[in-house]
Design a protein around this ligand. Structure first.
Ligand SMILES: Cc1cc2nc3c(=O)[nH]c(=O)nc-3n(C[C@H](O)[C@H](O)[C@H](O)COP(=O)(O)OP(=O)(O)OC[C@H]3O[C@@H](n4cnc5c(N)ncnc54)[C@H](O)[C@@H]3O)c2cc1C
Length: 861
């Protein structure tokens, strides 16, 4: 095939690369180095991708150029010097041209050619690609290096074709100089491109009208020469700096703070914010507080301080107010860096039209009619964004196995494995695809990581005798779930952003990029490769191989907690006293849990002396249902203090009075002291329900871990003693049996805080071997018929998981109503970590709802 004077395209190559931007150029270079035959196609007339198309005034990067550059070749870095902290589009394009020349890449690129369709041929194990020139090319591997922001969104405005004046799109800007001098200009859109071009268009135009649908958070870039400190760090240790970037959260090595916006004093909050404001970098303002991406209160501190800056800059109060974003958390839409954006609105010839107040009705021949007025323009600039991430991929008619199209498969949102491949489309790779960090990161770091992973993978397939690779449905489903789990603990899904596909009518609302971080993502990809390409099926002359599995199953915030705790000593190596002191120290620095109506401490009579209790009362007028709660800690550790945040949470979520009772601990008081205390406490609380503010007859018991054991045992004792009546039992990760041989002890016995060794330590302190099989120690061995309805919660990565499940099954078999809640991705300790492990909140909501369900309706007098 040949076309339009371009060099002939070979009919068959090893790899076709779509796109000749940063991704395509580096991929070509790598593939060539590995001896693969490869050809790249780009619709554009030259290299550059984003930087070829987006030539609007003010177009520049907003990641410092020292970081927004290739790092794969130290010599290339030596050759090139950036002139500004944030380089302009012409300078970045010149850099990419230099790269193309330096590595002689153009000879393998066909410009002005669009790939329109691709179909997988299972017999030949090859892709057949069609081009806009009508030709066909066959390749073993097909890589879409087509960019995340390369398909401009067509403005969804009535009468779009009617306007007769000059029309410009920031994402398809003409190559010739555009002169707005003396003209009446409209700019529609105030995203990154709009915010960059508006100040410069204002400098030329006679009158500029900015049409804004959604105000954007923007902070000053403080552009200028590249920061000397950054240059010095690079000069001192280039490779160390680049490696730090590769293992950073966003692809730029920045200081990571542990200052929480929630707990920091006002003065420190302001100080941190001002420092970030002065730094003029996205990752600085996105990282003022450790919790601003998760916690709405912390986020609002940053958001409001930015709004204060906007109000202090823009003189007209109405305009300032309209420019202040108010209905989404900061950072959940792509924040911008600007040069004099807000100042521009102080110019007499610039005005803002707030489309939320006066929407555009239609374009006319002369301009734009809004709901309030008819405006005439000589030129209209559309800065209306992109059909991001999935758009460029599904705009090609890609057909995989069994005739399934990519657009069809992704109708309700993308599903991929690592954002690199998708099931049903063998040998089809994506660079910075959906469900990879991509647009949430410094793209250069993500591009290099993806290109390297793919190139290494292709080389490995060749070496090991495979020619077909496809992710398994299990691995893909696991990755999609992990992406959703990551997004669920952040504030990102609260915004109608292009990250969510919300800017394109009809596009499914799914959070598109992976938000777990560049570092976590790289670790995952490395692990997948290290585990023999876990989750991929491989076929070829060497036969078939499939190492199926899910790479990330633990909840993302639990993983972070486990990483933080990895260096802490294990309790089973300590004495009981040291273990208690150690836990007290950890408890001292945790968040307090939610506010309740009232908390009172008291004592109740136990069989061997007073037992301390803490009572949590809801703010609503009582009486309330009552819950007697037993804390966890393996009968050795814990107290009414240790489970305080969880008890507050239980009180708030159930609307019940929660009475958290302490009991005697081992080794000082061994079995059955704790059981005797627990049962005595339930009897006393039942007898004093009215005095405690509870509704008689609506008493439940609850407990976590060893406390769950005591709650279960108490129900059996109450049944056998003919009272008190217990309405329901909540058993959270309960100890139900002394058999440590169940599979969950080997599956989860190491690395998830509660270990098999620690459980043995607890049992050894608690009870003699001879006593452990008694129903009062191992309630699973008791008679279960006639017990109160139960909510049994088990955590997937808990050594106690199987015995919890066994108890739920045995209760069901005995005719007891059971609601079983399986906490996916959780460990023994994570569900009680209120305000620390965000992913535990929905499970706690479910258990509270389930427990409340068993309470008999209040008797109305
Ligand atoms: C204005 C702007 C500023 C940005 N600033 C930053 C920044 O500061 N930092 C950052 O990290 N990221 C930034 N980005 C994101 C930017 O897209 C990436 O950083 C990077 O340039 C992407 O490179 P790429 O090669 O993957 O894709 P692109 O540069 O988008 O190149 C893809 C190429 O593929 C071609 N193509 C697509 N489909 C087909 C097809 N079917 N057939 C043939 N050719 C096709 C396109 O024509 C395009 O040339 C910015 C994006 C924009 C729009």
């Amino acid at each position: 095939m040949s076309g339009n004077g371009f060099a002939a395209v070979p009919a068959k190559v090893d790899v076709v690369v779509v796109g000749a931007g940063f991704s395509g150029l580096y991929l070509l270079h790598r593939l060539r180095g590995l001896g693969f035959s490869a050809v790249a196609f780009d619709e554009a007339a030259d290299v550059g991708g984003t930087w070829y198309w987006n030539r609007y005034p003010g177009a520049r990067c907003d990641i410092p150029t020292t970081d927004y550059a290739y790092s794969f070749d130290p010599q290339l870095e030596q050759d090139w010097t950036w002139s500004e902290k944030y380089a302009t589009q012409p300078e970045i394009l010149a850099y990419l041209r230099h790269v193309a020349e330096r590595y002689d890449l153009r000879r393998d690129i066909r410009f002005g050619v669009r790939i329109t369709a691709a179909a997988w041929d299972e017999t030949a194990r090859r892709w057949r690609l069609r081009t806009s020139h009508g030709g066909e090319v066959s390749c073993r591997y097909y890589v879409m290096a087509c960019g995340c922001l390369s398909l401009p969104k067509t403005p969804d405005i009535e009468g779009a074709g009617r306007y007769r004046g000059e029309v410009y799109f920031t994402a398809k800007w003409p190559h010739d100089q555009v002169d707005f001098s003396g003209k009446r200009v409209a700019v529609v859109g105030t995203g990154s491109s709009g915010i960059q071009c508006i100040p410069l268009i204002a400098e030329q135009a006679a009158a500029l009208t900015v049409f804004q649908r959604t105000p954007n958070f923007s902070t000053p870039a403080h552009n200028g020469a590249p920061p000397p400190d950054r240059l010095a760090r690079l000069a001192a240790d280039r490779e160390g700096y680049r490696e730090a970037a590769r293992w950073s959260r966003g692809g730029v090595p920045v200081e990571v703070t542990d200052v929480s916006g929630l707990t920091a004093p006002e003065e420190l909050r302001r100080q941190r914010f001002e420092a970030a404001w002065q730094a003029g970098e996205l990752f600085a303002i996105l990282g003022v507080f450790s919790d601003q991406g998760f916690n709405p209160v912390s986020n609002e501190f940053v958001a409001e301080m930015i709004r204060e800056k906007i109000r202090a800059t823009v003189r007209d109060t109405g305009t300032a107010d309209a420019l202040c974003p108010k209905d989404y958390p900061f950072g959940t839409k792509r924040p911008c860096l600007d040069t004099s954006y807000f100042e521009t609105f102080n110019l007499p010839h610039v005005r803002l039209v707030d489309l939320r107040r006066t929407p555009i009705v239609t374009l006319t021949e002369q301009g734009i009619d809004t709901a309030g007025e008819s405006l005439q323009f000589d030129a209209i600039v559309f800065a209306t964004g992109f059909d991001a991430m999935t758009g460029p991929l599904v705009s090609v008619d890609v057909t995989g196995t069994d005739g399934v199209t990519l657009a069809g498969k992704w109708e309700r949102g993308p599903a991929s494995y690592l954002g690199l491949m998708t099931t049903g489309f063998p040998n089809f790779f994506m660079i910075t695809g959906p469900q990879s960090p991509s647009v949430l990161s410094n793209m250069l770091v993500s591009i290099e990581q993806h290109v390297d992973w793919i190139a290494d993978c292709l080389q490995r397939l060749r070496t090991e005798g495979f020619e077909r690779i496809e992710p398994t449905p299990l691995a893909e489903a696991g990755w999609v779930q992990h992406n959703q789990d990551c997004a669920d603990i952040t504030l990102y899904q609260r915004a109608n952003s292009w990250y969510m596909g919300a800017n394109v009518p009809g596009k499914p609302r799914v959070f598109l990029p992976y938000i777990g971080g560049v570092d976590a993502y790289r670790k995952t990809c490395d692990e997948v490769a290290g585990l023999g390409l876990l989750g991929f099926r491989l076929d070829g002359p060497a036969g078939s191989r499939c190492n199926d599995g899910v790479i990330r199953r633990v909840q993302p915030d639990v993983t972070i907690m486990l990483d933080l705790m990895a260096s802490l000593p294990s309790i089973e190596t300590m004495s009981a006293a040291d273990g208690r002191a150690f836990l007290d120290a950890i408890d001292a620095v945790r968040p307090p849990g939610p506010e309740v109506g009232e908390i009172t401490d008291g004592v109740l009579p136990g069989p061997a002396g007073d037992l301390a209790y803490r009572l949590y009362r809801p703010p609503s007028p009582g009486p309330h249902p009552l819950i007697t709660y037993f804390h966890g800690g393996g009968w050795v550790l814990g107290s009414q203090d240790s489970d305080d945040p969880f008890c507050r949470d239980l009180c708030v979520r159930t609307g019940a009075v929660v009475v958290s009772v302490n009991y005697r601990h081992a080794p000082e008081d061994r079995f059955p002291a704790a059981v005797d205390d627990a049962f005595a406490a339930v009897q006393w609380i039942a007898a004093n329900a009215g005095r405690l503010g509870g509704t008689p007859g609506r008493l439940s018991v609850a407990g976590w871990s060893a406390g769950g054991n005591l709650a279960a045992v108490t129900c059996q004792l109450a049944r056998d003693a003919g009272g008190p009546d217990i309405a329901g039992q909540l058993l959270l990760n309960p100890v139900t049996d002394c058999d440590l041989g169940r599979p969950s002890y080997s599956r989860n016995g190491e690395g998830f805080v509660l270990t098999t060794a620690l459980m043995r330590w607890f049992w050894d302190y608690y009870a003699d071997e001879a006593d452990r099989e008694a129903a009062t120690a191992s309630p699973l061995r008791g008679t279960l018929a006639g017990l109160p309805p139960a909510v049994v919660v088990t955590a997937e990565f808990d050594p106690l998981c199987d015995e919890g499940e066994a108890y739920a099954e045995a209760l069901t078999a005995a005719g007891v109503p059971v609601r079983q809640i399986r906490a996916r991705g959780h460990i023994h300790t994570s569900l009680t970590m209120v305000d620390v492990i965000i992913s535990g909140a929905p499970v706690r909501a479910e258990m509270a709802e389930a427990l409340s369900h068993w309470w008999p309706a209040p008797v109305r007098g």
